[in-house]
Design a protein around this ligand. Structure first.
Ligand code: GDP
Length: 719
């Protein structure tokens, strides 16, 4: 039997994943495309092992604006699968066919899988498959991935076209005047490109596609001739070349649609449309959304989830596991230091993180349900207009909301953002939101220093939100994040009943990667922290204030002096806060009063704290700990979502840098204004920092030329 390779291509939400899972079952491998964090999935067919399926990322076009599109395009042009299976959402036929017109040009035989036909039938519309196939010139298979219909025929047709010799390919034809231009470009190209890809490259060169120009290395003469052809055609159409092609593609699609769709008389509102009238209503959308999110919170953070978390924290890792292990360690006569390491270091540290798991699972389950039924797309749609004003996409909203509970799932929720720039930016700013572990720090500072002021606690949220909004504005003006090259096409897929298998798989994938990644980092850091807080540099067991940690704290402390809190305790608390933000207040407890445990708002240590910090310094300490690098678990999540060390470093560096700058300005100004401090060099420096922040926010966005550069950077990254 021949080895065959099929590529699954289609728009996001067209049902590619469902099709892929149905076809391959568990015979799949998942990884990343080299160099980028775009998921790469492939697998062999359940029933025919000689056929492998490569799932391409969901894309809207082959004009590479995003890493997803670059990956897909490179694969199609260089990997040359035997057949492209183009999964198309039949309820959104017109928009989905836009990609089809481009896929057809790649010179690879193609079969159209017309998915979601179950929904089309329900809506009362009819699509004439024979006419659609005739108009396109390729086989069309009616299917439903959800109902497992049409999948066998899809494979049969794909095998048929793959085995045809010579391979049969066809492409959409456009206005004669455009066709002339394209065939002239093909002539100019000559042998520069393989014959079957000539149409693809001609179209791309006509669109002035940067990557095609860069890839082909055309001679000066070729370039000149092509430019002339384009210039003439632009004159004829009185439009720019890329617009001409887009228009022609849609004209072609419009002709097809007229040919193959039949409406049953009057316009019918589907159930989806009716739900959307309420759910995306201008006035009701946000209250409904707030209610849904409140519900999710209520379930995952307050009720079911917290019951599980309490059990894990108090019973499993509070008594059962430690008791069991302690008993065994004693029976085996393990050295006391080792017992302490295992019980107070590893189990306490790892247990604290695993305690989040029940809450996370409930949260992930709810989110997967919302995502799978189509509601998430509506939320993004509703929030998008607001968020775009400061450079983030509507989908960034959900991670931030979740981050008010815990930054780890918050960062991980950024997964749903397709555009890589937006995703990275969201990952960078999400943890500015005060998470539940930062609440004790807020309570401590508010209680000890500002007992009369009710604004301190809410101000923490205000600072978090402001940091996110202003970061969005400022980062969009940097070269890396510049421009919004990905055209924002928001599909509102019809509502579906969630697929149990999909939802379960997503929930467990997310949950498991949390356990694995966060668990390993916490495991190692717990050991290191335990050691550093119990031993001195000569490796002798000592009291806390003589430990390595305390000494390091003294070394680092001067760094924080300009922020108003240069004591080593403040530095140590900040460092241990990196392990887990809950540590900050516990560390103060140990360092200031040798208490092992302090209450939620730390009332026991208000006295010594007030002696060590001024109110402005305490507020600066609070702001620094709110904005600086989050805990290790969240940094692990950032690393996972960023996909490489460089970007993790950029994110954490940005967070720490911003935290330092903001705290510096707050302390220096606050000290002069409220505490009668003298104006000195540091104050002037603070004015400079503030001016710089204002400048970064107000300066002009880069010119389109910068887009081109970042464009090539993208290409480099893919390589
Ligand atoms: P992808 O983004 O292209 O991978 O799309 P998915 O496979 O994740 O599907 C998006 C949504 O459409 C999911 O909620 C699926 O359950 C649903 N879906 C997929 N195929 C069908 C289908 O044939 N009929 C219906 N009604 N829903 C489907």
């Amino acid at each position: 039997m021949n080895q065959l390779q099929f590529a699954l291509a289609g728009n996001p939400n067209s049902g590619k994943t469902s099709t892929f899972n149905q076809l391959t079952g568990s015979m799949q491998s998942v990884g990343n495309w080299p160099g980028v964090t775009v998921e790469r999935k492939s697998g062999s067919l359940k029933k025919q092992k000689n056929i492998t399926i490569q799932d391409l990322p969901g894309i809207y076009s082959l004009s590479p604006y995003t890493p997803e599109e670059i990956v897909a395009r490179d694969y199609l042009l260089t990997g040359m699968p035997n057949t492209i299976i183009n999964i198309v959402d039949a309820t959104n036929l017109e928009r989905n066919l836009y990609l089809t017109t481009q896929l057809m040009e790649t010179g690879i035989p193609i079969v159209l899988g017309l998915n979601m036909m179950d929904l089309v039938k329900k809506s009362g519309k009819t699509i004439n498959l024979a006419k659609l196939a005739y108009g396109l010139g390729i086989p069309v298979v009616s299917m439903s991935a959800l109902k497992k219909q049409g999948l066998e025929e899809l494979i049969q047709q794909s095998t048929l076209v793959a085995e045809k010799f010579p391979p049969e390919t066809t492409y959409p034809t456009y206005d004669d005047r455009l066709e002339v231009a394209l065939s002239e470009i093909i002539d100019v190209l000559g042998n520069t490109v393989p014959q079957k890809q000539a149409r693809f490259y001609a179209a791309k060169l006509f669109e002035k596609d940067e990557l095609a120009t860069a890839a082909l290395n055309l001679s000066k003469i070729q370039q000149k001739e092509i430019n002339e052809i384009i210039a003439i055609t632009e004159k004829i159409f009185d439009d720019t070349s890329d617009a001409i092609l887009v228009n022609e593609r849609y004209e072609f699609i419009a002709r097809l649609m007229a040919l193959c769709t039949v409406n049953d008389g009057e316009l019918r509102f589907t159930i989806s449309d009716k739900i959307d009238q309420i759910v995306t209503n201008r006035f009701l959308a946000i209250p409904i959304f707030a209610f849904v999110m409140w519900g999710i919170y209520y379930l995952s953070i307050q009720t079911i989830g917290v019951m599980g978390t309490d059990w894990v924290n108090d019973v499993l890792f509070g008594t059962l596991v430690p008791d069991f292990i302690a008993k065994n360690l004693q029976v085996w006569q393990v050295a006391p230091w080792m017992q302490d390491l295992i019980l107070n270091g590893i189990i306490a540290g790892v247990g604290a993180v695993l305690g989040f798991v029940p809450q996370l699972l409930v949260l992930f389950l709810c989110l997967s349900l919302l995502e799978d039924c189509g509601y998430m797309a509506r939320i993004a749609f509703v929030m998008d207009r607001l968020f775009r004003k400061f450079g983030l996409s509507g989908k960034s909203f959900i991670p931030m909301l979740i981050a008010t509970g815990c930054g780890v799932p918050g960062v991980m929720a950024s997964r749903t953002i397709e555009n890589e720039k937006d995703r990275r930016m969201t990952v960078m700013v999400t943890t500015f939101m005060p998470c539940s572990a930062k609440l004790p720090i807020i309570a401590l500072v508010a209680g000890a220093f500002f007992p009369q002021a009710s604004w301190v606690a809410p101000s923490a949220y205000f600072i978090g939100v402001t940091a996110i909004v202003l970061s969005g504005i400022a980062l969009k003006k940097t070269r890396i994040f510049a421009g919004d090259p990905a055209p924002f096409i928001m599909e509102l897929p019809a509502y579906h009943l969630p697929q149990v298998k999909n939802v379960m798989r997503q929930t467990f994938d997310r949950g498991f990667s949390f356990i694995k990644k966060a668990g390993t980092i916490i495991f190692v850091s717990s050991i290191i922290l335990w050691f550093m807080s119990n031993y001195n540099f000569a490796f002798q067991a000592v009291a806390g204030d003589k430990s390595i940690l305390a000494n390091l704290g003294r070394v680092v402390a001067p760094l924080f002096a300009p922020l108003g809190w240069g004591s080593w305790q403040g530095a140590v608390a900040t460092i241990t806060g990196l392990i887990a933000k809950e540590n900050v207040i516990n560390t103060f407890g140990i360092l200031f009063s040798h208490l092992d445990e302090v209450s939620e708002n730390g009332a026991e240590i208000w006295g010594p704290l007030q002696a060590a910090f001024t109110p402005v310094a305490a507020y600066s300490f609070l702001v620094f700990n709110l904005l600086c690098a989050p805990c290790f678990a969240a940094m692990g999540a950032i690393h996972r979502e960023m996909g490489n060390a460089k970007w993790t470093f950029i994110a954490v560096g940005y967070q720490c840098g911003l935290a330092y700058a903001v705290s510096f300005v707050i302390y220096q100004f606050g000290h002069v204004i409220f505490e009668g401090g003298a104006v000195n060099l540091a104050t002037i420096l603070a004015v400079g920092v503030l001016a710089y922040i204002v400048y970064v926010l107000m300066r002009k966005a880069p010119t389109p030329k910068d887009d081109v550069i970042s464009f090539q950077q993208l290409k480099e990254e893919v390589k």
